[in-house]
Design a protein around this ligand. Structure first.
Ligand SMILES: C[S@@+](CC[C@H](N)C(=O)[O-])C[C@H]1O[C@@H](n2cnc3c(N)ncnc32)[C@H](O)[C@@H]1O
Length: 436
């Protein structure tokens, strides 16, 4: 089996564009099984670039089942030999990570840094509450404080007392098990609601799922949960496995149904995930859940060629119809009020007795009431005809839309036709003559 020193020497020769020397080192090593040697020789003789060679060495060794650290070295070499490292140059977390030579221990996959920055940048400089589950020796807590700024409150949680001792005085680190929902709820009650929760704890299926189920609903609105190292979903030692239905990633994939719960009647629309999950982002080994109160989705139409004519017409018709209806309604209300007043007056006259003056007044009132009723009938018929006109306008508008669609279709067919193409130059000449 290849050891670390030998692979380091081989990779060094590859990086110097000296595959012959790499082959010589491989030839001098006895500890390599024949099948592995043949495959590595093949890669080193391929004439590929240094980047490709390092990557293919990693793939070959991974297929041969050699230890992960050795494969990791090949992929690390391939990355830094290429030009993708430059993408990380502007990333403040990566800059901190690289500069942290003598600070607290930090062990990260570099491809996490762009993911963190993409999702967390908007919280920087704000008085956010951040919880990191899995503290180890506190290197992460220091990095987060630096990244989010002095106004951020950074809290740690770990099952190991060593983490509490290592960070004593600099950060609050609570001791407890992330698979225990009451411990997590206690953190929320004491320090929450959290804007950001980063789960970098024990990485077992149970720990990740319990943490997400317990803390996501308690996040601040606009908060998020980041779960790291989700590749453990493929590892039996952590309770995972390929296509394992109880893995964290299987559980996380089911959240996609919650995002879309409105679109199938058998999906539960009332769960916290359906109501509060704004997005779920899957990356290699990282999943990010956005908490965002949802509204029911709906669709509407804007744009298209109808803006040329039909939308203006329809808007004018709609505004005019609404205004006309409103006016008639107001008039009708006032006539109704007048008629009610007259009826009440009439009743009072009736009740007051039979003096001649009262009889005359009653006649007068009856006459006014008759007129008011006539006006009311007139208003009602105007309202009916306003409604009818509105319907006629709507029908006319539909016809207009249909004509527009038909003419667009004819134009499309015409443009696609042979005669249109053939007569193209002729039209161009006509246009020139017309504008000349
Ligand atoms: C990968 S380390 C964390 C590294 C740290 N986030 C950093 O960036 O430096 C994982 C930590 O999770 C802790 N841990 C493991 N199981 C846990 C559990 N059930 N509850 C809480 N923490 C746990 C371990 O004690 C360890 O300190």
């Amino acid at each position: 089996m290849l050891d670390r020193t030998t692979i380091a020497r081989i990779l060094y020769s590859v990086s110097r564009d000296d595959p012959a020397h790499a082959l010589q080192i491989l030839g001098e090593t006895d500890a390599v099984p024949e099948s592995q040697r043949a495959r590595l020789t093949d890669v080193l003789e391929s004439g590929d670039t240094a980047v490709e060679t390092a990557r293919r060495l990693g793939d070959a060794l991974a297929d041969e089942g050699v230890e992960k650290d050795i494969v990791n070295e090949c992929y690390r070499a391939a990355f830094y030999l290429g030009d993708r490292w430059a993408d990380l140059a502007e990333n403040p977390l990566y800059a901190y990570f690289l500069a942290n030579r003598a600070g607290g221990v930090l062990h990260k996959w570099p491809h996490y840094f762009p993911i963190y920055h993409r999702h967390l940048e908007r919280y920087r400089g704000r008085p956010v509450r951040v919880l990191e589950i899995g503290v180890y020796r506190g290197g992460g807590l220091t990095m987060w404080q630096r990244y989010f700024g002095k106004d951020a409150v950074i809290i740690g949680a770990d099952i190991d007392e060593a983490a509490v001792r290592a960070t004593e005085g600099r950060f609050v680190v609570e001791l407890g098990d992330q698979a225990d929902p009451s411990f997590l709820r206690g953190l929320h009650e004491k320090y929450g609601p959290f804007d950001v929760v980063i789960d970098d704890g024990g990485h077992t299926m149970e720990q990740q799922i319990v943490t997400a189920e317990t803390l996501f609903p308690l996040l601040a609105d606009d908060g998020l949960l980041i779960v790291e190292d989700t590749h453990t979903s493929y590892w039996p030692a952590f309770g995972g496995g390929l296509h394992e239905p109880t893995s964290f990633l299987a559980w996380a994939r089911a959240r996609v149904d919650d995002l879309n719960s409105q679109h199938h009647q058998d999906l539960d629309r009332s769960s916290v995930w359906s109501r509060q999950l704004g997005g779920v982002h899957f990356y290699d080994s990282v999943v990010v859940f956005d908490r965002e109160p949802r509204f029911r989705a709906f669709d509407e139409v804007a744009g298209g060629s109808s803006y040329i004519l039909a939308d203006q017409v329809s808007e004018r018709i709609a505004v005019e119809s609404a205004a006309e209806r409103e006016r008639v309604r107001e008039e009708l209300a006032s006539v109704r009020e007048q008629s009610a007043r007259l009826t009440a007056q009439l009743a009072r006259v009736d009740a007051d007795g039979s003096a001649e003056a009262l009889v005359a007044e009653r006649h007068e009132l009856e006459e006014s009431l008759r007129r008011a009723r006539g006006e009311r009938a007139d208003m009602q018929s105007r309202l009916t005809s306003a409604d009818r006109r509105d319907q006629e306008h709507a029908a006319a508008l539909d016809a207009l839309h249909a004509r527009l669609a038909a003419s667009e279709e004819r134009l499309r067919l015409l443009e696609g036709s042979v005669s249109w193409k053939v007569t193209g130059p002729l039209r161009a000449v006509r246009r020139t003559v017309r504008h000349g």
